[in-house]
Design a binder for this molecule. Structure first.
Ligand code: FEO
Length: 396
C-alpha cells in the first residue's frame, strides 16, 4: 500500500496492527504501531527511512510497485534503530551503490547493525541536498531520542520529517491527525513522551528552540510512527514544550503490589485520606502486578507525587514494585514528591527499602513512610487516612 501525502511525497511505510510490545518487552503497544517511510519525488528522488526488518521483503516489493528502484537517487536514514533501517539489507541488495545520508553516529549505528560498508554520506545540521526545485535540509537531533537521530526538512512543501520525535505507537486506518480519535491520539502521544523521551527533556526544549529559530514555515510533520500532523502541526511542538518543562497535573498516584490485600487496603485508605484533604486532586491507584507498566509510567509522568507500597517479602519488596522503581529511576523524572508504605508480618524492611529507592529516583521524600504490622486493623486504617492527609498537605 502507498498513499500520496502531497504532490511530491508518498507514504510507503508499513502499518503493524499486531505489534503488542516494542524494544523487547520494554514498551507496550496496545494499538500496534506503524513504520512510516516516505518517497520524495522531484528531479531527483529520495527515500526517507524504511521499516522494521520483518517487513523488509514486503516493503521492497511494495516500493517496486511505486517506483523503479533504480530511480531512487538518495536514501535518507534519520535514525539507525532497526525499526527504521531494517529494510536496508533487502533494499541495498537491489541498489547497492545508492548513497545513504545520515549523521556520523547514524553511519556508526547502521554499520554496527548490518556490518556493511555501504555508500554513507555523513551530514550535519544545516547541510542541504538539492532534489531539483526542492531541497532537503538536515537537522541533527542528538538524543531525540538516540545519539544518531536527525530530522530533515523539505523546502517547497514545508514538511519536517521528524523520525521518532512527535510520534505515537498507533496503528490506525487513517494517516492524518485530524482524522483519528483525538483522545486515542493524545493518550498514545503522552505515553510515548513519558516512556521514551522524559530523560531527554532538556534536549527536546533546546532542539525545538533551535528549529523555531530557523524560521522555517511548517505545513506538516511527518513522523516515523503513527499519524502525520497536518492540522495545526505546531500543536504537538507546543505540547512537547509543555511536557518537557517538568510537566505535572493535579494528580497523586498510588502504586502498590500486595500479597494478602493488606497493602491494598492501606493504599485505598491513604487514597481516601488524600481525597478528604484535597477533593480537587485526582487520585489514581494501580496494582503494578496487574497493570501494564508503561500505562503506570504515563500516570507517574502526570503526577505531582507518587505513593509507593509493597509488603515485605524475603526482607525485601515485591518484584513488580522493584521493576517499576527501576523504570522510574531511569526516566529521571524531575520535581516530584514521594512516600512509601506497606504492611509486614515479621522483619518489615519494605518501607525503608522503597524510601531509599525513591530517593535514588530523585524524588523529594515527604516523610519516612508508613508501615503496618499484619493486616491493617481499624486503628491502622485510621493511621493510613491520616498519612494520606499528610501527603495531600505536602503537595501544592
Ligand atoms: Fe522508532 Fe528509535 O526507533
Amino acid at each position: 500500500m502507498s498513499i500520496r501525502i502531497t504532490d511530491s511525497v508518498t507514504w510507503v511505510g508499513k502499518k503493524d496492527w499486531e505489534l503488542r510490545d516494542f524494544h523487547g518487552m520494554e514498551y507496550s503497544t496496545h494499538r500496534g504501531s506503524s513504520y512510516n517511510s516516505y518517497l520524495v519525488r522531484d528531479e531527483k528522488v529520495a527515500l526517507i527511512d524504511t521499516v522494521w526488518q520483518p517487513f523488509a521483503e514486503e516493503f521492497v516489493e511494495n516500493l517496486k510497485k511505486e517506483i523503479d528502484l533504480k530511480e531512487i537517487d538518495y536514501i535518507i536514514i534519520n535514525h539507525g534503530e532497526i525499526d527504521h533501517s531494517g529494510a536496508l539489507p533487502e533494499l541495498m541488495r537491489e541498489i547497492p551503490e545508492t548513497p545513504i545520508y545520515c549523521t556520523r553516529n547514524g553511519a556508526r549505528s547502521i554499520k554496527g547493525h548490518y556490518h556493511q560498508d555501504w555508500n554513507f554520506v555523513e551530514v550535519k545540521t544545516g547541510d542541504r541536498l538539492s532534489l531539483g526545485k526542492k531541497e532537503l535540509i538536515f537537522i541533527e537531533a542528538r538524543m531525540l531520542h538516540w545519539p544518531d537521530s536527525m530530522f530533515c526538512y523539505l523546502t517547497g512543501e514545508n514538511i519536517l520529517f521528524s523520525n521518532d520525535a512527535f510520534g505515537q505507537h498507533y496503528a490506525t486506518e487513517f494517516f492524518f491527525n485530524d482524522e483519528v480519535d483525538q483522545a486515542e491520539l493524545y493518550q498514545e502521544s503522552i505515553k510515548y513522551y513519558a516512556n521514551i523521551l522524559t530523560p531527554f527533556s532538556s534536549f527536546v526544549r533546546k532542539k525545538i528552540e533551535e528549529f523555531v529559530s530557523l524560521n522555517l514555515p511548517l505545513s506538516m510533520i511527518c513522523t516515523s510512527h503513527g499519524i502525520i500532523w497536518r492540522d495545526n502541526p505546531l500543536q504537538i511542538v507546543e505540547q512537547y514544550m509543555e511536557w518537557a518543562d517538568d510537566y505535572q497535573e493535579d494528580q497523586i498516584t498510588l502504586i502498590y503490589d500486595t500479597m494478602w490485600n493488606g497493602t491494598r487496603r492501606m493504599a485505598e485508605a491513604i487514597a481516601a485520606g488524600i481525597r478528604e484533604a484535597k477533593p480537587e486532586m485526582t487520585v489514581k491507584l494501580y496494582n503494578t502486578g496487574r497493570t501494564d507498566k508503561n500505562d503506570v509510567i504515563t500516570e507517574v509522568f502526570k503526577s505531582k507525587a507518587i505513593v509507593v507500597g509493597s509488603p515485605t517479602i524475603n526482607r525485601g519488596i515485591l518484584t513488580s514494585i522493584a521493576a517499576i522503581l527501576e523504570e522510574i529511576r531511569g526516566l529521571e523524572f524531575k520535581n516530584k514528591k514521594a512516600a512509601a508504605f506497606g504492611c509486614y508480618g515479621w522483619s518489615g524492611e519494605s518501607v525503608k527499602m522503597i524510601t531509599g529507592l525513591l530517593g535514588e529516583c530523585g524524588m523529594t521524600l515527604i516523610n519516612d513512610g508508613l508501615r503496618t504490622l499484619w493486616n491493617p486493623d481499624p486503628a491502622s486504617i485510621a493511621r493510613c487516612v491520616e498519612f494520606g492527609k499528610e501527603i495531600a498537605a505536602a503537595v501544592d
